[in-house]
Design a protein around this ligand. Structure first.
Ligand code: B12
Ligand code: SF4
Length: 527
């Protein structure tokens, strides 16, 4: 059987689809992945139509995060106009809103897709489309009602799944009205891959021990169970050995939410094997309370160069009471201190534009952040009320947000408020200036507003990129050859970072495309 998996994501890192395709192929089916970056057009491009005609798949799968909902709904309509191929939707948005998604797709996958897709392909082969599938995780409309098959237990033995490749030979992409095979056009793949394709994104475990009120994991873990599922060191290293064969891969970006949940023995073995066989710089994420000095130093010795830590807010009240995130700022301070001792490059993540925050919380956050050990960089994300998340349910009940507001606002676009500007530059300017500017609205004078605006304009375009490059270079132990390779490999993302900072533009295309679609395809926005 032939499976076509489509992603409408703007970038080519499609972890879930790679896992599903690899597993379908390992089970004797054929599979292709097709990236249609942000495709939201009124008609189906003939190149896409021809590609599907030629491949003639038995099943089309569309994977989606919440921001891809309208593009997925639109594409499904366009595919139906031209083809009579069953369509299944899957991915995080489907897990959050399965019933809504089933209004558009023939089937939805309410859970992990690897085994589900194989069972569905076999069902279609053996029983045909007219027989309703009786497969765990598959929801389907039949006889005028929704049939919700029970949820399948998530895969406990992740080693039993074939791992994802960096650039599978069956990965295709739509670019300027043509479909290209990415493996045969790696330059094009790198254009769509994040960071110029210089890294491979790996997953060594699934799940998270926390239940932050804004995060998808608070729902996924209810579905998948509270246990974290890890891969063996040997299995991870096998994947990375394959990946390393591509000379373009300069570093490994480990996407685990909770990498430090691996025990010390696992980390020790990982570090030994990694140094021996892989020896590329790598990146991990850490939750502040899970920081462990011994693990971190082992990792640093094995090549850990970048470390991403979610802070979210510098106020304990906000983290505890609003985000259900039991992480005190004192733990953040401790973790930041240890990170700084290792010389790994720290990237801290914060959430802003929280309507439940009061002025005191914002002032406290800025004070806290300015007190962290420098140098470091931070990224600010707009608090997005993704469906199903506990904080979204509350905000809808409190009439603070519309249930579908998350579909219209890109998460990285933050409000241009006084506090956001100050928070953004707090890591880069002397603490006494932060203290001077960190005032409640009632005490602010024109000079504070002017200074904050002018400074943030300058800092964003000069000091922030400089700190970014400095900590990266230091993290690579000032190794000239590595620094040159990383900068050369990542020049596109590095330059675009500077340019976008300079122009003051974030990811605006998303909203522009949506407003274009609202004007030209009003029916898409009706239920
Ligand atoms: C890695 C990751 C990324 C990577 C890769 C994303 C990818 N598509 O693979 C990158 C860096 C690209 C990324 C980007 C973003 N991400 Co992200 N990301 C993650 C993260 C940490 C892990 C995802 C992952 O790989 N899991 C492992 C794989 C195996 O699981 P999976 O993807 O869920 O896929 C399984 C099932 O869902 C299902 N499935 C998936 N697709 C399909 C398709 C079909 C047809 C079927 C049948 C089944 C199926 O089967 C898969 C295998 O079991 C999650 C958090 C999490 N724990 O899920 C956030 C998460 C998915 N990201 C999130 C967000 C918000 C974003 C951004 C919008 C953030 C931003 N700053 O802009 C951007 C999107 C940018 C863009 N335009 O593309 C949110 C999504 C929330 C939502 N409601 O949509 C999450 C859930 C984190 C959160 N805050 O809650 N992300
Ligand atoms: S710790 Fe991170 S990944 Fe885990 S639930 Fe909280 S925000 Fe989500």
């Amino acid at each position: 059987m032939k499976l076509l998996l489509i992603s409408l994501q703007s970038n080519a890192y499609v972890t879930g689809l790679k896992y599903i395709a690899a597993n379908a192929r390992a089970n004797g089916h054929d599979a292709r992945i097709l990236l249609l970056p942000g495709y939201l057009e009124n008609t189906l491009n003939t190149a896409i139509e021809d590609f599907i005609h030629d491949y003639n798949p038995d099943l089309i799968g569309i994977g989606l995060m919440s921001i891809e909902f309208y593009p997925a709904k639109n594409l499904t309509r366009l595919l139906r106009e031209k083809f009579h191929i069953p369509i299944i939707w899957g991915g995080v948005h489907v897990i959050l809103k399965p019933e809504e998604c089933l209004r558009y797709a023939d089937y939805v996958c309410y859970g992990e897709g690897e085994r589900t897709i194989v069972s569905l392909l076999e069902h279609l082969r053996d029983k045909g489309r007219d027989v309703l599938p009786d497969i765990p995780n598959v929801w389907v409309k039949g006889n005028g009602m929704t049939i919700k098959q029970p949820h399948a237990a998530p895969e406990m033995n992740l080693d039993s799944l074939p791992f994802q490749e960096y650039l599978p030979e069956y990965f295709y992409g739509f670019h300027k009205n043509r479909i290209y095979n990415f493996a045969r056009n790696p330059r094009l793949f790198r254009k769509y891959a994040l960071y110029g394709g210089t890294c491979h994104m790996a997953i060594t475990m699934r799940g998270c021990l926390f239940h932050c009120s804004f995060c998808g994991n608070s729902i996924f873990m209810n579905l998948y169970g509270k246990k974290i599922r890890g891969r063996s060191v040997a299995n991870v290293i096998r994947e990375l050995k394959e990946v390393k064969k591509d000379p373009y891969v300069l570093y490994i970006n480990i996407q685990d939410d909770c990498f430090f949940a691996h025990d010390r023995e696992w980390i020790k073995r990982f570090c030994e094997e990694y140094k021996k066989h892989i020896n590329l710089p790598f990146l991990v994420r850490v939750i502040p309370t899970m920081m462990d000095r011994e693990k971190l130093f082992m990792l640093r010795d094995a090549g850990l160069s970048w470390i991403v830590m979610g802070i979210q807010s510098g106020s304990d009240r906000v983290n505890f009471e609003i985000y259900n995130r039991k992480v005190r700022f004192s733990s953040v301070m401790k973790a930041a201190q240890i990170i700084s001792e290792t010389g790994a490059a720290p990237f801290y993540e914060m959430i802003v534009d929280n309507p439940y925050e009061i002025e005191e919380d914002e002032i406290e956050t800025i004070t806290s952040i300015a007190n962290l050990k420098k140098p470091y960089t931070i990224s600010l994300a707009h608090l997005t009320f993704f469906p199903g998340a506990p904080i979204a349910e509350k905000a809808i009940k409190d009439n603070i947000t519309a249930p579908d507001a998350y579909l219209y606002r890109y998460i990285v676009k933050i409000d241009k408020t006084y506090f956001n500007k100050l928070l953004y530059m707090a890591p880069y300017i002397p603490r006494f200036i932060v203290r001077h500017l960190n005032k409640p609205k009632a005490e602010r004078k024109l000079i504070h507003l002017l200074l904050t605006s002018v400074l943030s304009f300058i800092v964003k375009r000069t000091i922030e990129p400089a700190v970014y490059f400095f900590i990266t270079t230091r993290a690579l132990n000032y190794n000239i050859s590595w620094t040159v390779r990383t900068v050369r490999g990542g020049w596109r993302s590095a330059i675009s970072r500077v340019i976008f900072n300079f122009l003051g533009k974030g990811d605006l295309k998303y909203e522009q495309r949506l407003s274009w679609a609202r004007k030209h395809m009003p029916a898409l926005f009706e239920n």
